[in-house]
Design a protein around this ligand. Structure first.
Ligand code: 5RP
Length: 235
């Protein structure tokens, strides 16, 4: 099986997981290629849910295309489950997220949910977080000062640049990547994250940081992970 097939497999397993919820509930939906498989697998069951809360403009677009109702998070008081992918996950359920740049809204929706169902393939499982560069969303005018403070944590900090994709033809590669919130992203490479909770709290305290893609306070409560022998469920 290739990685896309593994993503599809775990997306379908997440569909089965959320269909165990009583009908008429609202679910939170993350962002990324694995989640896209989940959304597509869930589409025939749109009537099972009262609606969704979305973590990005890209996810909202996909949900609406399939006929899901997408609700304003401010109108939602109870969210039984949030389904999202990860760039890295350790054995305790701590994650690095934000490879797709949606970390802030992902963290907000995760904080609303009773359960965080993380979906990934085995390539995302690591003994220690940090090989994947840690994304930090920032207020653009604070780029210089925040980058200098983040460098003191021991990694190499770079400003994420816009990709010159078809959707983004107006931007040259030297322009910063801009998040759905109008923020920029600094990626910290070369960290060895032995205490994710502490590092998350340290980075959160830097003025100019919107959020960090370290999910230790909002870690996964259920992990569905696909590999060559199928999908395992870890709680
Ligand atoms: C986006 C994310 C994604 O969940 C993460 O990047 C994993 O993406 P993919 O499923 O495409 O590998 O955090 O901000």
């Amino acid at each position: 099986m290739n990685q896309d097939q593994l993503k599809q497999l775990v997306g379908e397993a997440a569909r089965d997981e959320v269909l165990k919820l009583a009908a008429g509930q609202i679910i939170g939906v993350g962002t990324g290629s694995t989640v896209n498989y989940f959304i597509d697998a869930l589409a025939p069951h749109v009537d099972h849910f009262a609606g969704t809360v979305s973590s990005s403009n890209a996810t909202t677009e996909r949900l609406l295309k399939h006929g899901f109702s997408v609700l304003d998070p401010n109108s939602v008081s109870s969210l039984p489950a949030y389904v999202d992918g990860a760039d890295e996950i350790d054995a305790d359920g701590n994650m690095i997220k934000g490879g797709g740049g949606a970390l802030t809204r992902e963290k907000i929706i995760a904080s609303m949910a009773k359960q965080f169902i993380c979906i990934c393939d085995t390539s995302k499982q690591v003994p220690t977080l940090g090989k994947f560069a840690l994304p930090v969303e920032i207020i653009p005018l604070a780029q210089g000062v925040v980058a200098r403070k983040l460098e003191k944590l021991g990694g190499v900090v770079t400003l994420r640049l816009a990709k010159n994709t078809r959707l983004d033809l107006e931007q040259t590669p030297s322009q910063p990547f801009v998040t759905d919130n109008g923020g920029w992203i600094l990626d910290i490479a070369g960290l060895v994250i032995t205490d994710p909770l502490l590092l998350e709290s340290q980075i959160n305290q830097i003025a100019g940081v919107i959020s960090v893609g370290l999910f230790a306070q909002e870690k996964a409560s259920i992990l569905l992970v696909s590999g060559t022998s199928g999908v395992s469920r870890i709680t």
